[in-house]
Design a protein around this ligand. Structure first.
Ligand code: ZN
Length: 676
């Protein structure tokens, strides 16, 4: 019997990890795709006229077992993978994307969805139903379902070209990154580097049968060298090599590709009835329009610029006093910033770690969730785990009702990918009057305990845990009818609000007192250290802000306009950077030709969202702070209007219901110390 084909007969209906065999996945997914196809055929062949229930809702609740199984499979492919699972993923992924395409290209299905959509005003739908209807309709229309046959063909061709161009762009960046190495044979040239970075450079050289040390353009090699290496000439050499990826007229040049991508994206948007690519993308964002994004970035720029210029001046003065540097260049930035930071704060992880024992930090997060949202976390051993390191919890509310199942998986292993993330094994939704509760998981790669020492987290790991826990709360407290609108299924310039806002508690005395106690002495973290953590977090924030804004503006300058007249990538870029420039321009460098976020990955017209989310979280947290960081009333507003609502209502409306007004940038500027 293939266990995956049937609803799980387990406590809380959790995933039966121990009973699943690798060889169950492929046949189960194939069968479940067929079953879902039948469900969809039943919708399209329904002799009744299309209604919200028999079309939109039926589509929404189709393929539920398929979703559960693919969730389990892909979650494990990230958290506990092996060769067999990866091989299955290679087979399963194309099946699923083909199935996805079959749905968006299903004309009979679109006809029914469109009939309901056109009738929207007469259907007496509630706001969540209207949202679901809009979302369903747009999943077709944004992929060209409304186009006439010839134009559909044009769209497919543009999409094909675009996916090839992005792929080539990425391959070029990768090849350029790998083509460069700086071979060092004189140890004095490594002066300033921490031992770990030296060792890594030596190992890299050894792995390529070279003597001495190798420095490359990969971040783990590049960043430490730029931050610590005393040799300015070598920093310059490395920085210039880094900045000219895709920009030196060789066979890996990306200039034409950039122009081609932006022109095709523009053409695609026009074809679908949008003014520019940014208009197309932002339709499904909290920001809504390119004008809002530009206004947002420029307002922030105006307010942050004076502080950034001041910071730049201090850094320049510092470099001059220390090493007689006359003109601060790009390759001096990280180096002198690090030196100045050390001088000002003298704060290193080793001093902080004893106060952040993992168990204390988790309990701290639970305790804060209890104070804010009345949640109770109880560790349980009655459900299956996919690895013995995974901790499992039953989460209940004040009335004792089940809110969620929670998995926490903290330590690195061979089969786990890098980084930290939140995910779910089962979404929340309401069906047949039953509120199905979600199964939420966070996965991290924290310092492991040793025989003599418990797991002691760096401060960065502490904020990471709170960040993922914030996403988890968004998933756990979900309370919507439809699964595709539940929990973290929100516009992506809104999804980081619940996570980032949680990080703020890590800097507050009242919160730290709950969990930041020395693992040996039990002493609460000294206030002096807390102040240092805060101040050092705000160090050079003006310059950092300007940098983020410059990337956001560059992105909008490529995607928010008609690009047909642009002929020089470098000239266009320089124009976009004009107002955010601090360092002298480097003629042989270009950012756009290796800006993978927007030309390879999915961040086009989306780079602003990093700062956007920070503005939201700072503004939201200031509201908490003004009332007291554990104020029940503000917390309830946050839970009722944001955490529980998922994507059922437009995020700006949700935010205003919580905050009473639109988000303002001042809270972020204050937190970053850029205004008083
Ligand atoms: Zn996040």
């Amino acid at each position: 019997m293939n266990i995956l084909l049937h609803p799980f007969q387990t406590t809380y209906n959790t995933a039966p990890f121990s009973a699943i065999k690798n060889e169950d996945y492929l046949p189960a997914i194939t069968t479940l795709i067929e079953e879902t196809k039948t469900e969809i055929d039943n919708i399209t062949s329904n002799p009744e006229p299309p209604t919200f229930e028999n079309t939109i809702e039926a589509l929404e609740f189709s393929g539920q077992q398929l979703d559960r199984v693919t969730n389990i499979f892909f979650n494990l492919n990230s958290a506990e993978t092996n060769d067999a699972i990866q091989k299955i993923a290679q087979e399963v992924s194309p099946l699923l994307s083909e199935f996805g395409n079959d749905i968006t290209l299903n004309e009979a299905l679109f006809e029914r969805v469109k009939a309901v959509y056109n009738n929207k005003a007469d259907l007496n739908l509630n706001p969540e139903q209207i949202m679901l209807l809009d979302k369903s309709y747009k999943s077709f229309s944004r992929n060209g379902a409304n186009l006439v046959e010839g134009k559909k063909e044009t769209l497919r061709n543009i999409d094909k070209d675009l996916s090839k161009l992005s792929l080539t762009f990425g391959e070029h960046v990768l090849a350029e990154t790998n083509a460069f190495e700086m071979h060092i044979t004189n140890e004095a040239d490594l002066s300033g580097l921490p031992d770990g970075a030296k060792e890594a450079a030596k190992q890299l050289a050894e792995s390529k049968d070279k003597d001495g040390w190798l420095i490359t353009l990969d971040y783990p090699s590049y960043i430490p060298f730029m931050t610590y290496a005393d040799n300015r000439e070598l920093r310059k050499k490395l920085a210039i090599a880094f900045g000219k990826k895709g920009f030196h007229n060789n066979e890996l040049d990306n200039q034409d590709i950039v122009l081609n991508i932006v022109k095709k994206r523009f053409q695609r948007a026009n074809l679908l009835g949008y003014k520019t690519h940014a208009h197309f993308v932002l339709e499904e964002r909290m920001a809504k329009t390119p004008e809002t994004v530009s206004h947002f970035l420029n307002e922030l720029l105006e307010k942050a610029k004076p502080a950034a210029q001041e910071e730049f001046k201090s850094l320049e003065d510092f470099a001059k006093a220390l090493d007689g540097i006359e003109r601060l260049e790009k390759w001096d930035a990280s180096y002198y910033a690090e030196k100045l930071k050390q001088k000002l704060f003298d704060l290193d992880d080793e001093k902080l770690k004893p106060y952040f024992k993992l168990e204390h930090v988790i309990n701290g997060a639970f305790n804060i969730a209890k104070k804010l949202y009345g949640l109770h976390f109880e560790e349980i051993d009655t459900i299956d785990k996919y690895h013995e390191d995974v901790l499992t919890y039953k989460v209940t509310n004040e009335a004792g009702d089940l809110v969620s199942v929670f998995y926490a998986d903290f330590f690195p292993r061979a089969g786990k990918r890098n980084g930290a993330w939140m995910t779910s094994y089962k979404s929340q939704f309401v069906k047949d009057k039953t509120n199905e509760r979600p199964h939420i998981s966070i996965v991290c790669n924290f310092t492991k305990p040793t025989k003599s020492k418990p797991s002691l987290l760096t401060f960065n790991e502490v904020t990471t845990l709170f960040h993922e826990f914030g996403h988890a709360l968004h998933g756990m407290l979900a309370n919507t009818t439809y699964p595709s609108l539940s929990g973290t299924s929100v516009f992506w310039d809104f999804v980081e609000l619940p996570s980032q806002v949680m990080e703020n508690w890590c800097y507050e005395k009242e919160a730290l007192e709950l969990f930041a106690t020395h693992y040996e002495t039990g002493e609460i973290i000294p206030m002096e250290l807390v102040t240092k953590i805060k101040d050092s977090a705000a160090f050079n924030e003006g310059m950092q802000t300007l940098r983020q804004i410059s990337f956001g503006l560059l992105d909008m300058n490529w995607h928010g306009i008609d690009p047909s007249a642009i002929s020089s990538v470098k000239a266009h870029e320089s124009e976009a950077f004009e107002n955010t420039k601090l360092y002298p321009d480097v003629a042989e460098n270009c950012m756009s030709t290796s800006f993978s976020h927007i030309f390879q990955g999915g961040y086009s017209s989306g780079y602003y969202s990093y700062k956007w989310a920070e503005v939201l979280d700072a503004d939201a947290f200031e509201y908490f702070k003004d009332a007291g960081i554990f104020n029940k009333e503000v917390a309830t507003k946050f839970k009722d209007n944001i955490l529980s609502q998922g994507g059922t209502v437009d995020p700006m409306t949700l935010y205003k219901r919580f905050r009473g007004q639109e988000p303002q940038p001042e809270a972020l500027l204050r937190r970053a110390g850029l205004i008083k």
